[in-house]
Design a protein around this ligand. Sequence first.
Ligand code: KG4
Ligand code: ZN
Length: 373
Amino acid sequence: MLVLGIETSCDETSSSVVHFKEEGSFPIILSNIINSQSKLHSRYGGVVPDLASRAHVEVIQPVILESLDEAKISLDDIDLVAVTRGPGLAVSLLVGISIAKAIAWSKGLPLIGVNHLEGHIYSLFLNTKSDMDESLIDQKALFPSFPHLSLIVSGGHSDFYRVEEDGKILHLGGTLDDSIGEVFDKISVAMGIGYPGGPVIDMLYREFIRNNENSSIVFPRPYLKDKFYDLSFSGLKTAVLSHLQALGLYDFASRIPPWERKVEISGQTSREIAASFQEAAVDVLVTKSKMILERENLNSITVCGGVAANSLLREKFHNMESELGTSVFFPTLQLCMDNAAMIACAGGYKFMREKQENFMEFSNMDVDPRWQI
Ligand code: KG4
Ligand code: ZN
């Protein structure tokens, strides 16, 4: 079965072809084209919905055609169309869902609406073409077994899920305020070092380590012991902004944009703040995950979403393998960010599990910007 996946929930326009070969083997990515709008939104320090929507309209068609070309197939070879239906920005989601409906209708194909978060969880079940020599690979060892804990850390979410073999996903808890990706982005904008914040802060952290620098700053680690499955990052964000304010580099009252500030933040200060913040954020995520694994009696965790690209997060989670014998799985860096291969993957599995008739009435399908699992 060849699945065409389409993803436009936020600021990435993506199309992918994924091949489900036979039962028991993991789907293979034949193409996964991602057109990121982050440059377009960087000057605003966040995603501007109208601009995002217009940019999706401009590139969606060439992105889909490129994904078919790279997979060396045409629309006539596709068996199923899978598209993100939510959560996300309504005006962005609409672009993907409209073109997905048009393709499905014109080719008489079934169409399936996929939850974006489920997509991130399924990003762990994808094979890349280089993995195709299956005779050499113990496939099962490369993929998480069931049940397992899944942590989604992205620009919109910081949530824990229990994932069962039959496709059931149970939401255990998550952030009560800001998502961790949002905090990376806000701090980075306040420091005037760019948007999106995650990659820049991570880069400053690595420079800090490489230079053998030390930090005297200890930011708070909110473990919320009374709200066992939940997270909270707004206190950590406020602590970083207060630290910047005390140095005269931020002003809560006027929120002066960094480029209008009289004082320039020095390289050493930005490295120290970035590293101390990143260490606190990662500590909270790792500690909470350990607590939840124990309480849920699970021995396997997947970490997905944009923030899963973070180098310290990957390092600290992988340490859990030797310390606790926990199996830890991360998607490849490309599959951490929003992409259509994960949507095709989640859609393909859902299609095989549920009855086909459910997916034929696509004229009724609508976006669901607040769709939670
Ligand atoms: O999953 P994603 O591409 O989009 C959403 O669904 O939100 O995640 C985007 C988020 C942004 O907040 C970005 O700053 C963050 O992922 N991010 C990172 C890193 N790379 C991207 N955060 C920390 N470290 C990184 N290396
Ligand atoms: Zn996402």
